[in-house]
Design a protein around this ligand. Structure first.
Ligand code: NAD
Length: 285
């Protein structure tokens, strides 16, 4: 049976580091603060918001919510972003996406100050990931994948990594971050031919396709490490990943379960980015 790579184990050490940084900041009179901008009442957003708020509370990070109606005018969204950009007390901002269709997402996202972009959504943050430069922050979910690998001492140097999915939220940035860790990376997507052979070649597989069971046992072999980023709800109403877990755990060496895997680490990474943003701001003064 595969070893389970558990989010709570990764979080335990990550949260210790965060707590130490927060305690030091508080001694110096700074309370790190996250601003959450939510448009509408999508259940996905609300669920992530609950998790992020709770994690902030546990770790001593303050939180302020800016909730706008789903039919909000673009000018009001831009105004809210300008407001959080200027707010000296807010160090990082989480803006839920996708935005309602009537809004210009590109314009809105890129109005956010890059030094507060703790969720890595602006073009500048993304450029930082692709260029290997320290601009803004890397998106939280790809960073969570790297945290899991690092925590469990899984060295990427020279390894063949296959990433399934090419979105800007997960697939592309995680591929770049793995290249930075000296892996040889292949990205698969909906037009990939014979994906099972490609995935079988990998030492490490990262699956972020947004489709339950897209990678099953026939794609996998012994010795592989599998990171399942997917969050889906199956026919029985239960959370499941993009990998067929029952089949995979009998074959591979190690796997992140869903839930209890990458998801919880994403929230810790978000909070750690807020704390790092607070430290960066303090050091600027
Ligand atoms: P997305 O829909 O934007 O992108 C999915 C990508 O997968 C696309 O590039 C597409 O080409 C590829 N793909 C889809 N079906 C495929 C198939 N059958 N074969 C090969 N490639 C296929 O999704 P996303 O935002 O990248 O998210 C991916 C998954 O990760 C979703 O399940 C999402 O819920 C989950 N997610 C989890 C977290 C977390 O914190 N754990 C955060 C963000 C997203």
């Amino acid at each position: 049976m595969a070893k389970l790579l558990l989010g709570k184990e990764v979080n335990a050490s990550l949260n210790e580091e965060i707590k130490e940084k927060v305690a030091k900041l508080k001694q110096e009179g700074v309370t790190p603060k996250l601003g959450i901008i939510r448009i509408g009442e999508r259940e996905d957003d609300l669920s992530y918001e609950r998790g992020a708020t709770k994690r902030c509370e546990t770790l001593g990070v303050a939180c302020e919510k800016f909730v706008l109606p789903a039919d909000v005018e673009e000018a009001q969204v831009l105004e809210t972003i300008e407001k959080v950009n200027k707010d000296e007390e807010i160090h990082g901002v989480l803006l839920f996406r996708p935005l309602p269709k009537h809004l210009n997402e590109d314009k809105i996202i890129n109005t956010l100050a890059v030094e507060k972009d703790v969720d890595g959504i602006t073009d500048l943050s993304m450029a930082g990931v692709f260029m290997g430069k320290e601009m803004g922050y890397a998106p939280c979910t790809p960073s969570a994948c790297i945290e899991v690998l690092d925590h469990y001492g899984i060295d990427c140097t020279g390894k063949k990594v296959v990433v399934v999915g090419r979105s800007l939220v997960v697939g592309k940035p995680v591929a770049m971050m793995l290249v930075k860790k000296n892996a040889t990376v292949t990205i698969c997507h909906t037009r990939t031919v014979d994906m099972s052979s490609v995935v079988k070649e990998a030492d490490i597989v990262v699956v972020a396709a947004g489709k339950a069971g897209v990678v099953d046992g026939s794609y996998l072999r012994e010795g592989q490490v599998v990171l399942d980023v997917g969050i889906n709800v199956n026919e029985e109403g239960k959370l499941c990943g993009d990998v067929n877990f029952e089949e995979a755990e009998k074959i591979v060496e190690a796997i992140t379960p869903v839930p209890r895997g990458i998801g919880g680490v994403t929230t810790s990474v978000l909070v750690s980015h807020v704390v790092d943003a607070a430290i960066a701001k303090k050091n600027q003064k």
